[in-house]
Design a protein around this ligand. Structure first.
Ligand code: CTP
Length: 405
Protein backbone atom coordinates (compact mmCIF):
# COMPACT_ATOMS: atom_id res chain seq x y z
CA UNK A 1 0.00 0.00 0.00
CA UNK A 2 1.24 3.48 -0.85
CA UNK A 3 1.20 4.75 2.73
CA UNK A 4 3.58 7.63 1.97
CA UNK A 5 2.13 8.81 -1.32
CA UNK A 6 3.01 12.42 -2.08
CA UNK A 7 5.19 12.84 1.00
CA UNK A 8 8.51 14.64 0.61
CA UNK A 9 11.28 13.01 2.59
CA UNK A 10 14.89 14.14 2.88
CA UNK A 11 17.03 11.10 3.61
CA UNK A 12 20.33 12.14 5.18
CA UNK A 13 23.14 9.60 5.05
CA UNK A 14 26.38 9.97 6.97
CA UNK A 15 29.55 7.94 6.88
CA UNK A 16 29.04 4.69 8.72
CA UNK A 17 29.03 1.06 7.65
CA UNK A 18 25.26 1.00 8.18
CA UNK A 19 24.99 3.30 5.13
CA UNK A 20 24.53 0.16 3.02
CA UNK A 21 21.21 -0.32 4.82
CA UNK A 22 20.14 3.16 3.73
CA UNK A 23 19.77 1.92 0.17
CA UNK A 24 17.24 -0.60 1.40
CA UNK A 25 15.47 2.04 3.51
CA UNK A 26 15.36 4.30 0.46
CA UNK A 27 13.78 1.52 -1.59
CA UNK A 28 11.15 0.94 1.10
CA UNK A 29 10.31 4.65 1.25
CA UNK A 30 10.01 4.87 -2.53
CA UNK A 31 7.90 1.70 -2.65
CA UNK A 32 5.58 3.27 -0.08
CA UNK A 33 5.05 6.18 -2.48
CA UNK A 34 7.33 8.85 -0.98
CA UNK A 35 9.40 11.29 -3.00
CA UNK A 36 12.87 11.10 -1.53
CA UNK A 37 15.81 13.47 -1.85
CA UNK A 38 19.06 11.96 -0.63
CA UNK A 39 21.60 14.24 1.03
CA UNK A 40 24.87 12.50 1.77
CA UNK A 41 27.94 13.65 3.67
CA UNK A 42 31.36 13.47 2.00
CA UNK A 43 32.23 10.49 4.25
CA UNK A 44 28.93 8.82 3.44
CA UNK A 45 30.08 8.51 -0.17
CA UNK A 46 32.96 6.32 1.02
CA UNK A 47 30.40 3.74 2.13
CA UNK A 48 27.75 3.85 -0.57
CA UNK A 49 27.86 5.33 -4.04
CA UNK A 50 25.66 8.25 -5.05
CA UNK A 51 24.97 6.37 -8.30
CA UNK A 52 23.11 3.60 -6.41
CA UNK A 53 21.15 6.13 -4.37
CA UNK A 54 20.30 8.29 -7.41
CA UNK A 55 19.07 5.24 -9.30
CA UNK A 56 16.87 4.14 -6.40
CA UNK A 57 15.45 7.59 -5.66
CA UNK A 58 15.20 8.77 -9.26
CA UNK A 59 16.89 12.05 -8.28
CA UNK A 60 20.49 13.26 -8.29
CA UNK A 61 22.03 12.93 -4.85
CA UNK A 62 22.96 16.16 -3.12
CA UNK A 63 26.28 16.28 -1.33
CA UNK A 64 28.21 19.43 -2.13
CA UNK A 65 27.18 23.05 -1.68
CA UNK A 66 27.75 23.56 -5.42
CA UNK A 67 27.23 21.17 -8.32
CA UNK A 68 30.72 20.19 -9.54
CA UNK A 69 30.07 20.63 -13.27
CA UNK A 70 27.75 23.67 -13.44
CA UNK A 71 28.60 25.51 -10.24
CA UNK A 72 24.86 25.60 -9.50
CA UNK A 73 24.18 26.31 -5.81
CA UNK A 74 22.31 23.58 -4.00
CA UNK A 75 19.90 25.41 -1.77
CA UNK A 76 19.63 23.79 1.63
CA UNK A 77 16.97 26.38 2.44
CA UNK A 78 14.74 25.18 -0.41
CA UNK A 79 15.36 21.57 0.58
CA UNK A 80 14.54 22.36 4.19
CA UNK A 81 11.23 23.89 3.12
CA UNK A 82 10.42 21.12 0.63
CA UNK A 83 10.79 18.40 3.23
CA UNK A 84 7.77 17.01 5.11
CA UNK A 85 10.14 14.86 7.12
CA UNK A 86 13.89 14.53 7.41
CA UNK A 87 15.32 11.12 8.32
CA UNK A 88 19.03 10.83 9.04
CA UNK A 89 20.03 7.17 8.81
CA UNK A 90 22.68 6.30 9.65
CA UNK A 91 23.68 9.16 11.90
CA UNK A 92 27.27 8.79 13.04
CA UNK A 93 28.64 10.16 16.32
CA UNK A 94 30.22 12.95 14.31
CA UNK A 95 26.99 13.93 12.53
CA UNK A 96 25.08 13.81 15.81
CA UNK A 97 27.75 16.03 17.40
CA UNK A 98 27.57 18.51 14.53
CA UNK A 99 23.78 18.60 14.63
CA UNK A 100 23.78 19.20 18.39
CA UNK A 101 26.27 22.04 18.06
CA UNK A 102 25.30 23.61 14.75
CA UNK A 103 28.59 22.79 13.03
CA UNK A 104 27.33 23.47 9.52
CA UNK A 105 30.26 22.24 7.45
CA UNK A 106 28.37 20.00 5.03
CA UNK A 107 25.12 19.92 3.10
CA UNK A 108 23.46 17.48 5.47
CA UNK A 109 23.94 19.75 8.49
CA UNK A 110 22.94 22.95 6.67
CA UNK A 111 19.80 21.17 5.45
CA UNK A 112 19.09 20.01 9.01
CA UNK A 113 19.48 23.55 10.32
CA UNK A 114 17.11 24.86 7.63
CA UNK A 115 14.53 22.10 7.97
CA UNK A 116 11.12 23.24 9.12
CA UNK A 117 9.85 19.67 9.26
CA UNK A 118 10.09 16.99 11.91
CA UNK A 119 13.48 15.26 12.05
CA UNK A 120 14.25 11.63 12.92
CA UNK A 121 17.71 10.35 13.60
CA UNK A 122 18.81 6.69 13.53
CA UNK A 123 22.23 6.52 15.19
CA UNK A 124 24.75 3.86 14.22
CA UNK A 125 28.13 3.45 15.85
CA UNK A 126 30.25 1.20 17.98
CA UNK A 127 28.96 0.46 21.47
CA UNK A 128 31.66 2.48 23.24
CA UNK A 129 31.05 5.49 21.02
CA UNK A 130 27.32 5.25 21.68
CA UNK A 131 27.85 4.94 25.45
CA UNK A 132 30.38 7.80 25.58
CA UNK A 133 29.18 10.74 27.69
CA UNK A 134 29.89 13.08 24.78
CA UNK A 135 27.53 11.16 22.45
CA UNK A 136 24.90 10.87 25.17
CA UNK A 137 25.18 14.62 25.88
CA UNK A 138 24.67 15.36 22.18
CA UNK A 139 21.70 12.99 22.00
CA UNK A 140 20.13 14.75 25.00
CA UNK A 141 20.62 18.08 23.24
CA UNK A 142 18.94 16.77 20.09
CA UNK A 143 16.03 15.45 22.15
CA UNK A 144 15.65 18.86 23.78
CA UNK A 145 15.73 20.41 20.31
CA UNK A 146 12.74 18.24 19.37
CA UNK A 147 14.55 15.64 17.26
CA UNK A 148 13.10 12.13 17.41
CA UNK A 149 15.75 9.52 18.15
CA UNK A 150 15.26 6.05 16.73
CA UNK A 151 17.22 4.22 19.40
CA UNK A 152 19.94 1.92 18.08
CA UNK A 153 19.36 -1.77 18.58
CA UNK A 154 21.62 -4.25 20.34
CA UNK A 155 23.44 -6.95 18.47
CA UNK A 156 26.68 -7.74 16.71
CA UNK A 157 28.33 -4.57 15.42
CA UNK A 158 30.64 -4.09 12.45
CA UNK A 159 33.59 -4.28 14.88
CA UNK A 160 32.33 -7.77 15.87
CA UNK A 161 31.72 -6.43 19.37
CA UNK A 162 28.26 -7.10 20.70
CA UNK A 163 26.22 -4.31 22.25
CA UNK A 164 24.03 -1.30 21.61
CA UNK A 165 24.84 0.82 18.61
CA UNK A 166 23.48 -1.01 15.58
CA UNK A 167 21.24 1.11 13.36
CA UNK A 168 17.61 0.12 13.67
CA UNK A 169 16.46 -2.09 10.78
CA UNK A 170 15.04 -0.29 7.70
CA UNK A 171 11.63 -1.96 8.18
CA UNK A 172 11.40 -0.51 11.70
CA UNK A 173 12.46 2.95 10.49
CA UNK A 174 9.80 2.75 7.77
CA UNK A 175 7.21 1.95 10.46
CA UNK A 176 8.24 5.05 12.42
CA UNK A 177 7.95 7.15 9.27
CA UNK A 178 4.51 5.73 8.47
CA UNK A 179 3.40 6.28 12.04
CA UNK A 180 4.54 9.90 11.82
CA UNK A 181 2.45 10.54 8.73
CA UNK A 182 -0.57 8.56 9.86
CA UNK A 183 -0.78 10.09 13.29
CA UNK A 184 -4.36 10.89 14.04
CA UNK A 185 -4.98 13.86 16.25
CA UNK A 186 -7.82 11.87 17.78
CA UNK A 187 -6.84 12.80 21.33
CA UNK A 188 -6.52 16.53 20.78
CA UNK A 189 -7.77 18.34 23.89
CA UNK A 190 -7.54 15.25 26.11
CA UNK A 191 -5.32 15.25 29.18
CA UNK A 192 -3.75 11.90 30.01
CA UNK A 193 -1.78 10.98 33.07
CA UNK A 194 0.66 8.07 32.74
CA UNK A 195 2.69 6.46 35.52
CA UNK A 196 5.80 4.52 34.56
CA UNK A 197 8.84 2.73 35.89
CA UNK A 198 9.60 1.26 39.29
CA UNK A 199 9.56 2.95 42.67
CA UNK A 200 12.55 2.92 44.98
CA UNK A 201 11.90 2.69 48.69
CA UNK A 202 14.87 3.86 50.73
CA UNK A 203 16.29 1.71 53.49
CA UNK A 204 19.17 4.02 54.40
CA UNK A 205 21.17 6.67 52.48
CA UNK A 206 22.79 3.94 50.37
CA UNK A 207 20.21 1.18 49.85
CA UNK A 208 16.71 0.84 48.61
CA UNK A 209 14.07 -1.72 47.65
CA UNK A 210 13.31 -1.56 43.93
CA UNK A 211 12.20 -3.74 41.05
CA UNK A 212 13.13 -4.53 37.44
CA UNK A 213 10.67 -2.21 35.71
CA UNK A 214 12.44 -0.26 32.93
CA UNK A 215 9.66 2.23 32.19
CA UNK A 216 9.66 1.24 28.49
CA UNK A 217 5.96 0.39 28.38
CA UNK A 218 4.88 3.58 30.17
CA UNK A 219 7.09 5.79 28.00
CA UNK A 220 5.75 4.11 24.85
CA UNK A 221 2.18 4.79 26.03
CA UNK A 222 3.00 8.42 26.82
CA UNK A 223 4.57 8.89 23.37
CA UNK A 224 1.69 7.18 21.57
CA UNK A 225 -0.91 9.31 23.37
CA UNK A 226 1.06 12.49 22.69
CA UNK A 227 1.46 11.59 19.02
CA UNK A 228 -2.34 11.46 18.80
CA UNK A 229 -2.58 14.99 20.19
CA UNK A 230 -3.11 14.37 23.91
CA UNK A 231 -1.40 16.48 26.56
CA UNK A 232 0.42 13.94 28.66
CA UNK A 233 1.77 14.13 32.17
CA UNK A 234 4.25 11.33 32.69
CA UNK A 235 5.01 10.59 36.33
CA UNK A 236 7.95 8.24 36.36
CA UNK A 237 10.03 6.42 38.93
CA UNK A 238 13.81 6.13 38.44
CA UNK A 239 14.47 4.99 34.84
CA UNK A 240 17.17 5.42 32.21
CA UNK A 241 14.69 6.61 29.58
CA UNK A 242 14.50 9.81 27.56
CA UNK A 243 11.54 11.28 25.82
CA UNK A 244 11.62 13.89 23.12
CA UNK A 245 8.02 14.86 22.69
CA UNK A 246 6.73 18.41 23.26
CA UNK A 247 3.36 17.32 24.53
CA UNK A 248 4.78 15.19 27.34
CA UNK A 249 5.42 16.88 30.68
CA UNK A 250 7.65 14.60 32.72
CA UNK A 251 7.68 14.52 36.51
CA UNK A 252 10.39 12.38 38.14
CA UNK A 253 9.72 10.74 41.48
CA UNK A 254 11.40 8.05 43.53
CA UNK A 255 9.08 6.39 46.05
CA UNK A 256 5.46 5.24 45.93
CA UNK A 257 4.49 8.06 48.31
CA UNK A 258 6.13 10.65 46.07
CA UNK A 259 4.37 9.10 43.07
CA UNK A 260 1.01 9.34 44.83
CA UNK A 261 1.68 12.97 45.78
CA UNK A 262 2.60 13.90 42.19
CA UNK A 263 -0.37 12.01 40.75
CA UNK A 264 -2.87 13.54 43.20
CA UNK A 265 -1.84 17.02 42.13
CA UNK A 266 -2.67 16.43 38.47
CA UNK A 267 -5.34 13.70 38.43
CA UNK A 268 -8.30 16.04 38.77
CA UNK A 269 -7.50 18.08 35.69
CA UNK A 270 -7.12 14.96 33.51
CA UNK A 271 -9.51 12.76 31.53
CA UNK A 272 -7.63 9.48 31.82
CA UNK A 273 -4.97 7.90 34.02
CA UNK A 274 -2.96 4.96 32.71
CA UNK A 275 -1.08 3.33 35.56
CA UNK A 276 1.77 1.28 34.18
CA UNK A 277 4.20 1.89 37.05
CA UNK A 278 5.42 -1.10 39.04
CA UNK A 279 4.75 0.46 42.41
CA UNK A 280 6.34 -1.19 45.45
CA UNK A 281 3.64 -2.58 47.70
CA UNK A 282 5.74 -2.16 50.84
CA UNK A 283 8.38 0.28 52.07
CA UNK A 284 10.72 0.18 55.07
CA UNK A 285 8.93 1.58 58.11
CA UNK A 286 11.78 4.02 58.63
CA UNK A 287 14.56 5.18 56.37
CA UNK A 288 17.67 5.23 58.57
CA UNK A 289 19.54 8.52 58.54
CA UNK A 290 22.92 6.82 58.57
CA UNK A 291 24.15 3.73 56.77
CA UNK A 292 23.21 0.46 58.46
CA UNK A 293 26.41 -1.30 59.53
CA UNK A 294 27.09 -5.00 59.34
CA UNK A 295 26.15 -6.62 62.65
CA UNK A 296 27.67 -9.60 64.37
CA UNK A 297 24.38 -11.49 64.19
CA UNK A 298 23.69 -13.73 61.20
CA UNK A 299 20.26 -12.29 60.49
CA UNK A 300 18.69 -8.91 60.27
CA UNK A 301 15.05 -8.01 60.01
CA UNK A 302 13.66 -5.11 58.09
CA UNK A 303 10.19 -4.02 59.03
CA UNK A 304 8.08 -3.05 56.02
CA UNK A 305 4.80 -1.18 55.99
CA UNK A 306 2.17 -1.04 53.27
CA UNK A 307 2.46 1.66 50.62
CA UNK A 308 -0.59 3.51 49.38
CA UNK A 309 -2.32 1.81 46.44
CA UNK A 310 -2.32 4.64 43.91
CA UNK A 311 -4.69 2.88 41.51
CA UNK A 312 -7.23 2.07 44.23
CA UNK A 313 -6.99 5.60 45.59
CA UNK A 314 -7.70 7.11 42.17
CA UNK A 315 -10.42 4.52 41.60
CA UNK A 316 -12.22 5.79 44.67
CA UNK A 317 -12.21 9.43 43.52
CA UNK A 318 -12.29 9.06 39.74
CA UNK A 319 -15.79 10.29 38.97
CA UNK A 320 -16.14 10.21 35.16
CA UNK A 321 -12.44 9.82 34.54
CA UNK A 322 -11.17 6.66 32.90
CA UNK A 323 -8.70 4.53 34.78
CA UNK A 324 -6.46 1.98 33.08
CA UNK A 325 -4.34 -0.41 35.12
CA UNK A 326 -1.81 -3.13 34.48
CA UNK A 327 -1.43 -6.60 35.90
CA UNK A 328 1.81 -8.50 35.64
CA UNK A 329 1.12 -11.98 36.90
CA UNK A 330 2.89 -15.30 37.22
CA UNK A 331 -0.16 -17.50 37.83
CA UNK A 332 -3.98 -17.41 37.69
CA UNK A 333 -3.39 -14.48 35.35
CA UNK A 334 -6.91 -14.02 34.10
CA UNK A 335 -8.70 -14.20 37.45
CA UNK A 336 -6.13 -12.01 39.17
CA UNK A 337 -6.52 -9.35 36.47
CA UNK A 338 -10.33 -9.41 36.71
CA UNK A 339 -10.14 -9.10 40.48
CA UNK A 340 -7.74 -6.19 40.27
CA UNK A 341 -9.96 -4.38 37.80
CA UNK A 342 -12.93 -4.71 40.17
CA UNK A 343 -11.07 -3.97 43.39
CA UNK A 344 -9.44 -0.80 42.03
CA UNK A 345 -12.48 0.41 40.01
CA UNK A 346 -10.55 0.29 36.74
CA UNK A 347 -12.25 0.62 33.37
CA UNK A 348 -9.65 -1.48 31.63
CA UNK A 349 -6.71 -3.66 32.62
CA UNK A 350 -3.73 -4.71 30.55
CA UNK A 351 -2.57 -8.18 31.49
CA UNK A 352 0.82 -9.59 30.80
CA UNK A 353 2.23 -12.79 32.11
CA UNK A 354 5.77 -13.30 33.31
CA UNK A 355 5.44 -16.85 31.98
CA UNK A 356 5.60 -15.45 28.45
CA UNK A 357 9.23 -14.92 27.36
CA UNK A 358 8.20 -12.02 25.09
CA UNK A 359 6.56 -10.09 27.92
CA UNK A 360 7.85 -8.43 31.03
CA UNK A 361 10.66 -6.36 32.43
CA UNK A 362 13.25 -4.58 30.35
CA UNK A 363 12.15 -6.25 27.10
CA UNK A 364 11.42 -4.33 23.92
CA UNK A 365 8.45 -6.57 23.22
CA UNK A 366 5.29 -7.32 25.11
CA UNK A 367 2.34 -9.66 24.72
CA UNK A 368 -0.85 -8.56 26.37
CA UNK A 369 -4.53 -9.24 26.80
CA UNK A 370 -6.83 -6.33 27.40
CA UNK A 371 -9.84 -6.85 29.67
CA UNK A 372 -12.55 -4.24 29.98
CA UNK A 373 -15.20 -3.42 32.53
CA UNK A 374 -17.88 -4.11 29.93
CA UNK A 375 -16.77 -7.76 29.85
CA UNK A 376 -14.87 -7.69 26.54
CA UNK A 377 -11.47 -9.31 26.30
CA UNK A 378 -8.92 -9.26 23.50
CA UNK A 379 -5.72 -11.25 23.33
CA UNK A 380 -3.02 -9.59 21.23
CA UNK A 381 0.02 -11.10 19.53
CA UNK A 382 3.55 -10.32 20.76
CA UNK A 383 4.61 -6.90 19.46
CA UNK A 384 7.05 -4.09 20.10
CA UNK A 385 6.10 -2.05 23.17
CA UNK A 386 5.29 0.91 20.92
CA UNK A 387 2.82 -1.21 18.93
CA UNK A 388 1.33 -2.53 22.18
CA UNK A 389 0.94 1.09 23.30
CA UNK A 390 -0.94 1.78 20.08
CA UNK A 391 -3.32 -1.15 20.78
CA UNK A 392 -3.90 0.12 24.34
CA UNK A 393 -4.74 3.63 23.12
CA UNK A 394 -7.02 2.18 20.40
CA UNK A 395 -8.89 0.25 23.13
CA UNK A 396 -9.11 3.39 25.23
CA UNK A 397 -10.52 5.38 22.31
CA UNK A 398 -13.12 2.65 21.77
CA UNK A 399 -14.57 3.05 25.29
CA UNK A 400 -18.07 4.29 24.75
CA UNK A 401 -18.43 8.02 25.10
CA UNK A 402 -14.71 8.67 25.59
CA UNK A 403 -14.07 10.50 22.32
CA UNK A 404 -17.45 12.18 22.18
CA UNK A 405 -17.68 13.50 25.77
N1 CTP B 1 -0.65 0.03 41.57
C1 CTP B 1 -0.65 1.27 42.13
N2 CTP B 1 -0.18 1.44 43.41
C2 CTP B 1 0.29 0.39 44.12
C3 CTP B 1 0.32 -0.89 43.54
C4 CTP B 1 -0.17 -1.04 42.26
O1 CTP B 1 -1.08 2.22 41.49
N3 CTP B 1 0.76 0.59 45.34
C5 CTP B 1 -1.22 -0.14 40.21
C6 CTP B 1 -0.20 -0.56 39.17
O2 CTP B 1 0.37 0.57 38.54
C7 CTP B 1 -1.06 -1.38 38.23
C8 CTP B 1 -2.12 -2.00 39.13
O3 CTP B 1 -2.16 -1.18 40.27
O4 CTP B 1 -1.73 -0.59 37.28
C9 CTP B 1 -1.84 -3.42 39.52
O5 CTP B 1 -0.56 -3.51 40.07
P1 CTP B 1 -0.06 -4.83 40.78
O6 CTP B 1 1.27 -4.59 41.44
O7 CTP B 1 -0.18 -5.96 39.82
O8 CTP B 1 -1.22 -4.97 41.85
P2 CTP B 1 -1.26 -5.16 43.39
O9 CTP B 1 -2.56 -4.59 43.83
O10 CTP B 1 -0.03 -4.63 44.02
O11 CTP B 1 -1.35 -6.72 43.49
P3 CTP B 1 -0.21 -7.84 43.74
O12 CTP B 1 -0.67 -8.47 45.01
O13 CTP B 1 -0.34 -8.76 42.57
O14 CTP B 1 1.11 -7.16 43.85
Amino acid sequence: MQTLKGKHIVLGISGGIAAYKSAYLLRLLIKAGAEVQVVITPNGKEFITPATLAALSGKPVVSEFFAANTGEWHSHVDLGLWSDLMVIAPATASTIGKMANGVADNMLITTYLSAKSHVMVAPAMDLDMWAHPSTQRNISTLIKDGVEIIQPASGELASHLVGKGRMEEPEEILKRVERFFSRKESLLGKKILVTAGPTYENIDPVRFIGNHSSGKMGFAIAEEAASRGADVILVTGPVAMHTSVDRIKRIDVRSARQMLEAVEKVFEEGDVAILSAAVADYAPEVCRETKIKREKTEEMTLKLVKNPDIAAHLGAIKGKRILVGFALETDHEHDNALNKMKKKSLDMIVLNSLRNPLAGFNKDTNQVSILKKDGTETEYAAKSKRDVASDIIDELEAIEGFLTD
